[in-house]
Design a protein around this ligand. Structure first.
Ligand SMILES: Nc1ncnc2c1ncn2[C@@H]1O[C@H](COP(=O)(O)OP(=O)(O)OP(=O)(O)O)[C@@H](O)[C@H]1O
Ligand SMILES: O=C(O)C1=C[C@@H](O)[C@@H](O)[C@H](O)C1
Ligand SMILES: [Mg+2]
Length: 196
């Protein structure tokens, strides 16, 4: 079950919050899941630098090892092969924690990948409303699943199918139109409240 972190006033990070969050994480990985545009990559990177631990983005790692972009991989091999590669890459990334890993939007939906994440990680679902996601993803191309006649409708359909699965994540933080620092602080507060 996910714990929804209530928004709180933006401000200076509470003294010791990063230390408490890091202690709660222990040797586990912190894994961001959620739909395209939720901010997994952007917020994940900031959380990692705040905690002073390594950050890796699974989409970037897939592109590095395959020397192809995600769009090229989808076009050349299709989604099924992409998912198999994604599972292999994430299995390897999760082997040595603690690490912050931002996953691609579909990673947690894959049963095997989800099982791997549940084994040794704290997962955070960055939850967001359709309009927030749409505002962000419509600014940049390169998301093969949104190359449809009505990408906003496609995004909404994905929300319907995927949100019950993302809800299996350990933590849930509602992202919205606020500074990334506010979301970072809410992630750290949620993490600090977990038991190692
Ligand atoms: N809280 C925020 N406020 C404003 N912009 C944000 C916020 N969080 C993320 N963004 C911006 O939204 C865009 C999408 O974010 P990001 O690439 O991190 O999403 P993602 O969840 O990793 O998506 P994908 O699954 O496609 O990789 C980026 O330009 C990022 O800077
Ligand atoms: O939501 C998804 O299924 C995807 C999201 C991106 O991060 C990429 O991993 C790819 O475009 C697939
Ligand atoms: Mg990303």
């Amino acid at each position: 079950m996910s714990d929804l972190v209530e928004p709180k006033a933006a401000g200076l990070m509470a003294a010791g919050l990063a230390e408490r969050a890091k202690a709660a994480l222990g040797r586990r990985n912190l894994v961001f899941v959620g739909l395209m545009g939720a901010g997994k990559s952007a917020v994940g990177r900031l959380v990692a630098s705040t905690l002073n631990i390594n950050f890796i983005d699974s989409d970037h790692e897939i592109e590095r090892v395959s020397r192809m972009s995600v769009s090229e991989l989808f076009a050349a091999y299709g989604e099924t092969e992409f998912r198999a590669l994604e599972t292999r890459v994430i299995r390897r990334l999760l082997r040595s924690g603690p690490r912050v890993v931002s996953t691609g939007g579909g990673a947690y939906i894959n049963e095997e990948t989800r099982r791997l994440i549940k084994k040794n990680s704290v997962s955070v679902w960055l939850d967001a409303d359709l309009d927030v996601l749409w505002e962000r993803v419509s600014k940049r191309d390169g998301r093969p699943l949104l190359k449809t006649d009505n990408p906003k409708q496609t995004l909404e359909n994905l929300m319907r199918v995927r949100y019950p699965i993302y809800a299996e994540a350990d933590l849930r933080v509602k992202t919205r139109d606020v500074k990334k620092d506010v979301i970072v602080e809410e992630v750290l507060s949620a993490l600090a409240a977990t038991k190692a």
